[in-house]
Design a protein around this ligand. Structure first.
Ligand code: SF4
Length: 225
């Protein structure tokens, strides 16, 4: 089955450069009039030829935002339930090499924090953990989610990459959204930024939203950095 990693590999730098070079003002207008865009259309819209159509692009983006999301502002609050981590991401203070006091909340402690957040009027909460699968296991996350779900309209997760079965477990526990940041789409740079630990596996992270979608996750948040 095609996955996002394979798809990205089918668009190497030379192919992307050709797509940009072929873009014209007419092609930009044609792309703006389409309801569904293909990868080549995105390259056209990112090309220098699109520079003179910024106003039209902004109008279309605004119309689509209103159509799909209305005039809603969705406020959520993050809740870190564990900052224990086995990775050594070069940009992060939770890097396993940093010797500092760490907290891993029990389910009761997580509930107390969630109760305080709910009492402030927040309806949406996002659970976060470091990447320590033995300690902050999917079962642990599911236990927290199940316990706090009655307090919120929505419980999301922003945690390490999971398997499809693990995402299913979270969904059954009441989780309805996942957010996944992808720090870079450059495999070499990714390997340098994540030298040690489970997050070193570029493909497993890149395909995580797809696995969550297959598991039936209602909402996916892509943090394309
Ligand atoms: S996996 Fe997350 S928490 Fe752990 S070091 Fe990397 S960015 Fe920080």
């Amino acid at each position: 089955m095609e996955n996002f990693q394979n798809f990205l590999q089918s668009w190497p730098a030379e192919r992307r450069a050709q797509g940009v070079a072929r873009a014209t003002s007419d092609k930009v207008l044609a792309a703006l009039n389409k309801d569904t865009l293909q990868p080549a259309d995105f390259l056209t819209l990112l090309s220098p030829a699109a520079g003179e159509h910024l106003e039209g692009m902004a109008r279309k983006a605004h119309d689509l935002t209103l159509r799909y999301f209305g005039r809603a502002v969705n406020i959520f609050t993050p809740l870190y339930i564990s900052d224990v981590c086995t990775n050594q991401c070069r940009y992060c203070g939770f890097n396993a090499k940093n010797k500092q006091a760490r907290r891993h909340l029990s389910v009761d402690e997580a509930y107390a924090e969630a109760r305080a957040i709910a009492d402030m009027g927040f309806q949406h909460v996002l659970l976060l953990t470091g990447d320590a699968p033995k300690l902050s296991s999917p079962e642990y996350m599911a236990s927290v989610a199940r316990r706090i779900k009655p307090l919120f309209a929505s419980v999301g997760v922003e945690v390490y990459s999971l398997t499809e079965a693990e995402y299913s477990l979270l969904i059954k526990a009441g989780v309805d959204s996942m957010t996944m940041f992808q720090e870079t789409y450059n495999p070499e740079l990714y390997a340098w930024l994540h030298p040690v630990g489970p997050k070193h596996d570029y493909g497993f992270r890149l395909n995580a939203p797809e696995r969550a979608a297959r598991a039936g996750m209602r909402s996916l948040g892509l943090g394309a950095l």
